[in-house]
Ligand binder design. Structure first.
Ligand SMILES: [Zn+2]
Length: 163
């Protein structure tokens, strides 16, 4: 799947969670200023981009400093697992505020789950041999449709915070 589909999906889910939080009266206003929103986007961006450093055919993995890593790992192996996301978020929590490490983890795990809906699947529970797989290949047109759907959902979910 394209990087943008992953990124948009992570924004949809983040805003969905924020809406639920408001619904159950959990204060989330602190996220809705420009600085915090930019940080949220940055950490979602990092989380939803990182799993694909394991393949040279992705936007991020094309960078040449990931080549050595791609030689020792399989695409959609360790980097596309829940454990990898948890490890990187844990490391990140030492250098960034904890809630942003969680937002990174959200982006990471959503990437893994979304890839898990495709026939190639992901090593969700690495190092266990189980692979999460979908049945149908998602074509390019369908992916554009998904992107559009996610953009509409983002508009719907963000509306309550800015009116
Ligand atoms: Zn991926």
């Amino acid at each position: 799947m394209k990087f943008w589909t992953h990124f948009l999906f992570s924004i949809v889910c983040f805003l969905g969670i924020m809406n639920i939080a408001v619904y159950i009266n959990h204060p989330v206003e602190s996220y809705f200023n420009l600085e915090s929103l930019l940080l949220v986007l940055l950490f979602l961006f990092l989380g939803s981009a990182m799993p694909d450093i394991d393949t040279s055919s992705s936007k991020v993995g094309r960078k040449k400093w990931f080549r050595p890593l791609q030689k020792i790992t399989k695409h959609r192996g360790f980097f596309h697992s829940l454990l990898a996301g948890a490890i990187f978020a844990f490391i990140l929590s030492f250098v960034s505020p904890k809630e942003y490490a969680l937002i990174f983890l959200l982006g990471y795990w959503l990437h893994v789950v979304l890839d898990g809906l495709t026939p190639k699947g992901v090593a969700l529970l690495w190092p266990l041999p189980f692979r999460m797989k979908g049945r149908r290949k998602i074509g390019e047109m369908e992916e554009w449709f998904l992107d559009l759907l996610f953009i509409v959902l983002i508009a719907c979910f963000i509306f309550p915070f800015f009116h």
